[in-house]
Design a protein around this ligand. Structure first.
Ligand SMILES: C[S@@+](CC[C@H](N)C(=O)[O-])C[C@H]1O[C@@H](n2cnc3c(N)ncnc32)[C@H](O)[C@@H]1O
Length: 272
């Protein structure tokens, strides 16, 4: 498994690059789904909670976690991937007017915005934005409170770039297609889209993820996470494969690229 992960880390998988690597990712995806399935089988099967409750509880969970959220970026085993992605991100948005979805405490913002023309970093939680505002940011960065499901606060503004870090994994599978439609409606033709998120890395020596506690009837996976105040929260967290992501995007996404790091995946594409 470790050898397979190392082999997949680089170079990236692109549409116009080779069946061999895509099938390697498919093999990896199968291994991953087997691993996830095993965990899920051991987990308690609870009745499904409705999506609105899941979405609202996620908002509350991240509001309470905002002041120490960035501890997740200090995990030693993730440092190499983080440095690689931080170095890669600036080149993706040179000269673009970018919407950052669910920016949180702004970990990715200074990297993504380095050479952007305009960068609107948005999140639903003022608590998270407050942490981000206190950091030094490129001059093009502005912050606003925006609900990533509706984007109503954006009015008729349109963008030619979008970035979302660790957000895709929190969108319930039943809402993913609708959310992508809503996002793409805010973008101009030719817009560059970049999303990145966590892999599930099963390892007995250094467990990097919170275990999956259950899987619902739609296939969403959940984790039970404990905050510093002792409160326990069930958080929806999905781990998509390259094939699932490409499939839901369909023909509207061109120049598609899936970069498989050990602890993160990165998806980029251009909107037709
Ligand atoms: C996993 S954090 C990701 C933060 C940041 N992008 C990162 O990668 O470090 C998820 C973020 O989603 C935000 N959030 C939760 N519900 C939201 C919603 N409906 N609209 C916009 N942001 C939301 C939370 O406040 C939190 O900052």
């Amino acid at each position: 498994m470790r050898r397979a992960l190392r082999a997949l880390r680089r170079p990236p998988i692109t549409d116009h690059r080779v069946v061999g690597r895509v099938s390697a990712v498919a093999a990896f995806g199968r291994k991953l789904s087997v691993a996830v399935f095993v965990v899920a089988r051991r987990a308690t099967i609870l009745p499904d909670v409705d999506e609105a409750t899941t979405v609202e509880s996620m908002r509350g969970y991240y509001a309470r976690r905002a002041t120490y959220y960035e501890r997740v970026y200090l995990k030693p085993e993730r440092q190499r991937d983080l440095r690689t992605m931080e170095a890669w991100l600036p080149s993706m948005f040179v000269g673009r007017r970018v919407l950052e979805v669910a920016c949180g405490t702004g970990w990715w913002t200074p990297h993504g915005a380095s050479f952007a023309r305009e960068w609107l970093a948005t999140d639903l939680n003022p608590e998270a934005i407050e942490v981000a505002r206190r950091k030094e940011m490129p001059l093009c960065v502005r912050f606003e409170t925006v609900d990533a499901y509706r984007f109503a606060e954006l009015g008729d503004r349109r963008f030619d770039g979008v970035f979302a870090g660790c957000w895709w994994s929190h969108v319930p599978l039943g809402r993913l297609a609708g959310w992508l439609d809503a996002l793409h409606a805010r973008l101009e033709s030719g817009a560059r889209v970049v999303m990145l998120d966590n892999n599930y890395v099963p390892s007995s020596r250094t467990p990097s993820n919170t275990p999956i506690s259950r899987r619902d009837a739609d296939g969403n996976t959940y984790q039970r996470r404990t905050l510093d105040d002792g409160s326990v929260h069930e958080v929806l967290k999905n781990f998509p494969t390259c094939e699932q992501a490409f499939s839901i995007l369909g023909e509207r996404a061109v120049e598609r690229q899936w970069i498989q790091h050990e602890h993160y995946w990165v998806l980029s594409y251009q909107l037709t």
